[in-house]
Write a protein that binds this ligand. Sequence first.
Ligand SMILES: NC(=O)c1ccc[n+]([C@@H]2O[C@H](COP(=O)([O-])OP(=O)(O)OC[C@H]3O[C@@H](n4cnc5c(N)ncnc54)[C@H](OP(=O)(O)O)[C@@H]3O)[C@@H](O)[C@H]2O)c1
Length: 347
Amino acid sequence: MVYRVAVVGGSGYTGGELLRLLAGHPSVRVVAVTSERSAGRRVEEVFPNLRGSVELLYEPLDPERIAKAADLVFLALPHKEAMDAAAAFHARGKKVVDLSADFRLRDPRVYEEWYETPHRHVDLLKQAVYGLPEIHRRAIRSAALVGNPGCYPTAALLGLLPLLKHRVADPQSLIVDAKSGVTGAGRGLALPYHFPEAHDGVAAYKVGGHRHLPEMVQEIEALTGTRVNLTFTPHLVPMDRGILATIYAALTRPCTTAELADLARETYAGEPFVQVLPPGELPNVKHLRGTNLCRIGLHAEQRTHRAIVVAAIDNLVKGAAGQAIQNMNLMLGLEETTGLLAPGFFP
Ligand SMILES: NC(=O)c1ccc[n+]([C@@H]2O[C@H](COP(=O)([O-])OP(=O)(O)OC[C@H]3O[C@@H](n4cnc5c(N)ncnc54)[C@H](OP(=O)(O)O)[C@@H]3O)[C@@H](O)[C@H]2O)c1
């Protein structure tokens, strides 16, 4: 059986990556792709890399029409724009994977605090499942609406999960220091992302107040059952894609690097998209470009009694479009890895 899917917001970076990956998926066909500003144009005009692979025209977002054509809809829209579209498709019985932040936070008050607008679909928010398969696989399989995680939280949570699950990290002591490539900011134009501004420099931003913090806290508190004390500092680095998260946590008991690696290997045994590196090895985002992988290296620092975990992903794939397809596979009852196993490109 071939399922029909639509990509809403298909002219942005994550939408383009969805189209690229779905073009090689054997069990789905993209039947509609939307853009307001590029309506009427061919996909290949907006994404020349897709010439010969995707033969579709952009159309404006019309939930009525798209719901008739598609079984499942990906929303690659900005937050605040996605929630009404999700509600419109959900009301028409369609499964939805939302790549925005609109359905990631369970508590509408937390959403309002961080996104500075009341959530307009609180009932739907309650039904949404946080789409990190390594934690919520079973719930995702039966979900009608998945809130696909942010790119920073994907790297941070996958890096932290083995330590938290085995209770070797003190949840009161967590620091996530993370670097993102420029595509993490989306395709829209803004001064900090112009070539002379972003190239050949590195800067922290949103220190103490990035919007990905509350979803990390939500998931860690659910895992540990305790309040968490987490500092998260994001950085913009001059590369196209990739997230590298360096995570620090106080150890709750003496541990060696080899023990930490064993705990991580046990946590991720059978996981198709998480690779734990041998002791002494650390990941590089460059080796993961285009893949749905998260690669993790761990170190136990004896001098400070801290664990240091380095987690790397491609922000557009495991941090967005690839993870969304992984969720789609689960929701449609397909093999979870379908369409996602091609190796990345290097260098
Ligand atoms: N970039 C990443 O690494 C990343 C990772 C994880 C999650 N996300 C999230 O995924 C979503 C998409 O991100 P992106 O980086 O792909 O963004 P983007 O490059 O800025 O693309 C945004 C898309 O939304 C459409 N759009 C914008 N405003 C709209 C409106 N009012 N009505 C209908 N369509 C509208 C745009 O179409 P037009 O052609 O009409 O402008 C475009 O297709 C965001 O919520 C983002 O936070 C991004």
